[in-house]
Design a binder for this molecule. Structure first.
Ligand code: HEC
Length: 127
């Protein structure tokens, strides 16, 4: 009996380890959620909403009070710029005001970007 439970748990754990990047990315995004929203009703909170982020100009969300460092960066968020920023926000964009130490794990960063990519400009996710 107890053995069966352990087996079920082991199977559940190993399948979680191989879940798809988007699902894993949703987990990683929990670290951003204190400050950022995505989805159809996403609003600016401590940080700007992150819908349609890939291809978006840095500092361009209406109504969010960005730092000059962000606004004047001239950056367009592509995968490389985003990965650099998520890994080391201060290093990648000196003077920006995102109080986040960064995520060092390459796979977490890749999964997170895969997840963020699913949100269109209107916050909708294709099925
Ligand atoms: C403590 C709050 C906080 C956390 C946690 C946080 N951010 Fe931010 N983020 C901000 C703030 C504030 C800004 C605006 C920075 C500026 O204007 O300098 C920002 C800006 C950004 C931008 C630039 C958006 C744009 O429109 O140019 C991206 C991308 C971003 N954050 C992604 C993330 C991701 C991904 C995570 C999780 C790994 C995360 N942030 C975690 C507060 C946070």
């Amino acid at each position: 009996m107890a053995r069966a439970v352990v087996l079920v748990l082991l199977v559940a754990m190993s399948s979680a380890a191989y879940a798809d990047p988007v699902e894993d990315g949703a987990e990683v995004f929990k670290r951003c959620r204190a400050c950022h929203q995505v989805g159809e009703n996403a609003k600016n909170v401590l940080g700007p909403q992150l819908n349609g982020l890939l291809g978006r100009k840095a500092g361009s969300v209406e109504g969010f009070n960005y730092s000059d460092a962000n606004k004047n960066s001239g950056l367009v968020w592509d995968e490389k710029a985003l990965a650099d920023y998520i890994k080391d926000p201060r290093g990648a964009m000196p003077g920006n005001k995102m109080a986040f130490p960064g995520i060092k794990d390459e796979r977490d960063v890749a999964d997170l970007i895969a997840y963020l990519k699913t949100f269109g400009e209107n916050g909708k996710q294709p099925k």
